[in-house]
Unconditional design. Structure first.
Length: 100
């Protein structure tokens, strides 16, 4: 996805923040609140094993409220079929870099 892409008529992509084994993390802007958002998008090749896992993560995250946990903002399916999860953007140090 490129900068400016609109997801769920709400989240506007600003750029790619990270890539993991199952998905991509984009930094986006919530058009409703104007706040930065982390948008986790499942890769097509991870769909078979990752869909259920990401949907479960979305369900659990939606039920949690704690200052130490990124807030759930929404989830859904892209037109191409991939699942996405939108959550509060938490600025900080990358854990992998910290562990190095």
């Amino acid at each position: 996805m490129t900068a400016g892409t609109l997801i769920a008529e709400r989240f506007e992509i600003e750029g790619l923040a990270a890539r993991g084994g199952m998905g991509l993390i984009y930094r986006a802007r919530d058009r409703e609140t104007k706040q930065p958002v982390a948008l986790k998008v499942l890769l097509p090749e991870a769909r078979e094993h990752g869909t259920e896992r990401l949907l479960r993560e979305a369900q659990v995250l939606s039920e949690l409220r704690h200052p130490g946990i990124a807030a759930y903002l929404g989830h859904g399916r892209l037109p191409e079929g991939q699942i996405f999860l939108a959550m509060e953007w938490v600025q900080g140090e990358d854990l992998a870099k910290r562990l190095e």
